[in-house]
Structure formats: structure tokens, C-alpha cells
Design a protein around this ligand. Structure first.
Ligand SMILES: Nc1ncnc2c1ncn2[C@@H]1O[C@H](COP(=O)(O)OP(=O)(O)OP(=O)(O)O)[C@@H](O)[C@H]1O
Length: 511
């Protein structure tokens, strides 16, 4: 903005004209956009704005050489909104520059772009130069290390700046903007004008809408950081396995409901489920987490192993610290044998696995002091595990999760699984079970149902093409679909394999 000032001397007839000079910018009353965000004190950001004003204001004198502020906060938390409000309050010009536009192919190119920006800022003084995403300037193009030449050029430019330019970096550690404060401040704290702005599109925003939005925000956040959540598997989804359910509940639910057991040292923090694949070990662990309202952190053994020295141990530490942060939490280690094989036997160079086992043991031992983290391990081969894992206080409770060998338990599993499907009421589930092979895992029963579903879909497509059914009719599984699925059903665990698992079970129950 240019303001021309004319001085008139009464004694001299004439007019003196001075060169144009910059000055403070009057706060515009014709702001574009809803006033909710452009007011002088945006909700939940007012303390940040206040801090910025307090820092900058003393430097608005002729002799001051300006100041610099580092502003840090997550994306979208209102850093720029706060800066704009502070500038409006202090009547300062604002020059916004995203540092991505300053990066060049070489350090020299970057330096000259920075100089141009600083020069422009000086031309507009008194002014705030906002450098967004400052971290980009200090990185090399390949993102590997600090580009020291660019960093020192930047420091020099700040030091050399003789004008009243105030630098605001949108990264740093001085001020924090608070997104959750913003959400908390609304809807109860919104003024009539603010509400009007939000309702400008004619929709009334209710408190429930905010709760829902907050839930999805938290969900997205926990997904982004990989935080554990409470699963949605209920006991009814697990067919049979009554004795296993009871064992798990005794180990996990009892201490949760009776914390006094902890002081008696009667608490187990680890439980090992073992048995053939597909028998419902993961499902059980999820169901117990849901029923006890605990978060569930599933870790597959091989995922934790990393080729870099020390990284696998670090991964284990991270798993447990995530679990502690999300307590009460169940950590589920699937394929535990690949994570904790017998030490000294694994034959890995450098003893990575030995260190991983030691780290796991240290974390398990540490669980006694933290109350609400339980560990459930699952493996098909408990005989391959490092023996120290099975000592008291660690995975000291071993529970065999076997396959369904009697018709009654197969029926229970089938009933639990068909809850998710729409089955014709004429279908007799007991008849289906009678036609099944004698030994079936839960996963086999699930495969039977999904095959039946596939046959039902094919049948429906045929009927639609013949004009006998419409597309929006409900897909229902009928007896014919199940009998077709039974024809292709193959048990996943053979007789010999089952025999081997039983030998392992005997070995561990007689210990
Ligand atoms: N008892 C059961 N009741 C209902 N469904 C079951 C049961 N057991 C297994 N299933 C079905 O089989 C699927 C696979 O089971 P799950 O992954 O829990 O087996 P697992 O024992 O953990 O296998 P693995 O040892 O291979 O990890 C489940 O998602 C579920 O659909």
C-alpha cells in the first residue's frame, strides 16, 4: 500500500514532496471469507495469537532490528490462521512464502531465491515474512542430510537484515497451536457470528455431528500412527472351544476385574495358544479383547525381524511401548516360533535372533510392573520355541487349540460362522455337519460357507439373466449351495499332521 504525504509550509508558497515510505497496514474491514477464521482472536488459537503479539510488539520501534519466531504444530492446526490474526492486530504486512518454492537444484540457486525473498520482505517493511515448511530448506534434494551451505546462508540473511522484518517459521519449538482446543471450543464456545459463519450453507451443525467427526478424526489418527484399537469380534463369533475361552478369561479378565490379585502376585501376563493352523487362535484373542474392552495389537513374528543391526530389538521395544500407551491392551504375537526360536540353535549370523529373544524376555518380565498389558502368543510349533519363554511369569500358561473332531463342536462353529450370512430357514445345519469330513478346523468350516456363498452368487446371476430374479433381491444360501460346497470341501489338516500335533500336545501337557 502506498500513502503519499504532503507537507505545507505557511510561509512558503509551494509544495514539498517526499519519497514514498512504507507504513503499518490498517486492518482491513473488508475481509474475504467467514469471520470465524479471520477474526482477531480465532477460537482456540487466541493464546497463540497473544503470544505472537507479545513477542513481536516490542520490536515495532524504529530502532529494533526485528525478531524471529519458530512456530510448530501439526498440519492444519491453525499456524497460518494465528499468524494472520497477529498481523492484523499489529497492522503488519504479511509476506507468505512456502520454502518448497525456494528449493533449487543447487545450493547456490536456493541461496539466490532466498535473497530475493528477503529483499522483497524488506521492501514491504514493516512486515512479517512467513517461511512455511522451513525444514525443506535444510534438507538436501535427496533428503539425506543437512545442506549446511543453505542453512548458513539463511542464518546470514537473517543477521544481515537491517529492516523491521519479523520472521515466522512455520516449524520449530516455540509455540504450539492446539487443534483439540479448537474442537473443544466448539460448539459451546462459538459466538452467534461464528455459528452464522458455519451455518452459512444453511445446514445446522449439531453437537452429535462434532462427536462423530471427532471419532473419525481419532480413528484416522490412530490408523496413521498404527495405534491399537478394540476389535469387533464377539464371543458368539467363536464356535465351540469352551475350555479355551475359560482359560483365557481366567488369565485376562479375572485380574482386570480383581486388581487385588495383582498385589498377591497371582497374575499371569502371558498365555500361549498352540495347535494346528486355522483353529481360531487369532479369532479367540480378538474376541477376548473385545469382550474385555481392551485394545488389540497384532504382531506377526516375521514382521518384527529387520536386517539392520539393533532394529529388530527396537521393533520389539516399540511394540510394547505402543501397547503400554494403549493399555488395557492385548498384544498378540502370531507365529511366535519365527520370532523366538530356541537360542543358539537358530543358526543366524550375528546372533540377531538371540538378541530378539532376550529383548522379548526383558519386555515380558517388565510387564509385571505395568498392570494392563497382556500378551497372547500363537504358534503351530511350541516345541521350536526358546524354553525360557515358557518359564513362569512369561508364557506360563499353554492352551491347546485343536480341531473340531466331534459333530457337536463342528455344529457350534458352523452356527457361529453362518451368523454373518443369510441362510434359508429350511437349511438344516445339523444335516450339513453330518456330511462333513470327521476332522475340520474352523477355517475349513469358514471355507465351506464361503464356497456355498460363491455357488449362491452363481445361481443368482443365472436367475437374473433368465429374468426370474431382480438384482436387488437378497442373496440367500440354500441347501443346494451347501451340498455343492461339501463336494469340494477338503480338510486342511491331514491325518498325519494331526497325529504330529497331538504328540506335541501330549509332550506339553505331561510336562
Ligand atoms: N472356533 C471358530 N469359530 C468360528 N470361526 C472360526 C473358528 N476357528 C476358526 N474360524 C474361522 O477361521 C478363520 C481363521 O482362523 P484364525 O486365523 O483364528 O486361525 P489361527 O489358529 O490363528 O490360524 P494360524 O495358526 O494359521 O494363524 C477365522 O477368521 C474364522 O473365520
Amino acid at each position: 500500500m502506498c500513502v503519499y504525504v504532503y507537507l505545507m509550509k505557511a510561509s512558503v508558497i509551494g509544495c514539498l514532496q517526499r519519497g514514498s515510505t512504507n507504513s503499518l497496514a490498517p486492518c482491513s474491514i473488508l475481509e474475504v471469507g467467514p469471520s470465524f477464521w479471520t477474526c482477531l482472536s480465532p477460537p482456540a488459537l487466541s493464546s497463540t495469537v497473544e503470544q505472537l503479539v507479545t513477542i513481536i510488539q516490542p520490536h515495532l520501534t524504529e530502532r529494533s532490528r526485528g525478531c524471529s519466531v519458530l512456530l510448530v504444530g501439526p498440519n492444519g492446526s491453525g499456524k497460518v490462521t494465528a499468524i494472520k490474526a497477529a498481523c492484523r492486530r499489529l497492522h503488519l504486512h504479511l509476506l507468505k512464502v512456502d520454502c518448497v518454492t525456494l528449493c533449487g537444484d543447487t545450493a547456490a540457486a536456493c541461496e539466490s531465491k532466498m535473497k530475493a525473498v528477503f529483499h522483497k520482505a524488506e521492501l514491504h517493511h514493516p512486515c512479517v515474512l512467513l517461511l512455511r515448511n522451513l525444514q525443506l530448506l535444510s534438507q538436501r534434494r535427496d533428503g539425506t542430510e543437512m545442506d549446511s551451505r543453505v542453512v548458513s546462508a539463511l542464518c546470514q540473511l537473517i543477521a544481515d537484515s537491517h529492516s523491521r522484518v519479523h520472521f515466522l517459521w512455520s516449524l520449530g519449538l516455540v509455540l504450539y497451536t492446539n487443534l483439540f482446543g479448537l474442537l473443544r471450543s466448539y460448539p459451546h464456545g462459538a459466538s452467534a457470528q461464528e455459528e452464522e459463519d458455519l451455518c452459512v450453507c444453511g445446514v445446522t451443525i449439531m453437537a452429535a455431528d462434532f462427536t462423530k467427526a471427532l471419532e473419525s478424526l481419532q480413528e484416522a489418527h490412530s490408523q496413521a500412527i498404527g495405534a491399537p484399537k478394540i476389535p469387533s469380534v464377539r464371543w458368539q463369533d467363536v464356535g465351540g472351544l469352551q475350555h479355551v475361552k475359560k482359560e483365557i478369561l481366567d488369565t485376562i479378565q479375572l485380574p482386570l476385574e480383581h486388581p487385588e490379585l495383582l498385589s498377591l502376585d497371582l497374575r499371569r501376563s502371558g498365555l500361549l495358544l498352540y495347535g494346528p493352523p486355522g483353529t481360531g487362535k487369532t479369532l479367540l484373542a480378538k474376541a477376548v479383547a473385545t469382550e474385555c474392552s481392551m485394545t488389540f495389537l497384532s504382531v506377526k513374528g516375521p514382521e518384527v525381524i529387520n536386517m539392520y543391526v539393533g532394529q529388530s530389538e527396537e521393533n520389539i521395544r516399540e511394540v510394547f511401548s505402543k501397547a503400554r500407551a494403549a493399555a488395557p491392551c492385548i498384544v498378540f504375537f502370531d507365529e511366535l516360533d519365527s520370532l523366538a526360536p530356541n537360542r543358539g540353535r537358530s543358526g543366524d549370523s550375528g546372533g540377531v535372533m538371540d538378541r530378539v529373544v532376550s529383548q522379548l524376555l526383558a519386555e515380558l518380565d517388565g510387564l509385571h510392573s505395568s498392570s494392563d498389558v497382556f500378551v497372547i502368543g500363537a504358534t503351530n510349533r511350541p516345541d521350536l520355541l526358546d524354553h525360557s519363554l515358557l518359564r513362569p511369569g512369561r508364557f506360563d500358561k499353554l492352551v491347546y487349540v485343536g480341531i473340531n473332531e466331534d459333530r457337536e463342536s463342528q455344529l457350534q462353529v458352523l452356527k457361529a460362522i453362518v451368523r454373518k450370512f443369510k441362510v434359508d430357514p429350511t437349511v438344516n445345519l445339523s444335516d450339513i455337519v453330518e456330511q462333513c469330513p470327521p476332522q475340520l478346523t474352523g477355517a475349513d468350516v469358514y471355507a465351506l460357507c464361503s464356497d456355498a456363498m460363491m455357488f449362491a452368487i452363481k445361481r443368482k446371476i443365472l436367475r437374473i439373466s433368465e429374468g426370474l430374479e431382480s438384482e436387488d433381491s437378497v442373496l440367500t444360501l440354500c441347501a443346494e449351495d451347501f451340498s455343492q460346497a461339501l463336494d469340494v470341501l477338503q480338510p486342511s489338516v491331514s491325518e498325519q499332521e494331526l497325529h504330529k500335533y497331538k504328540l506335541i500336545q501330549q509332550k506339553f501337557t505331561t510336562k
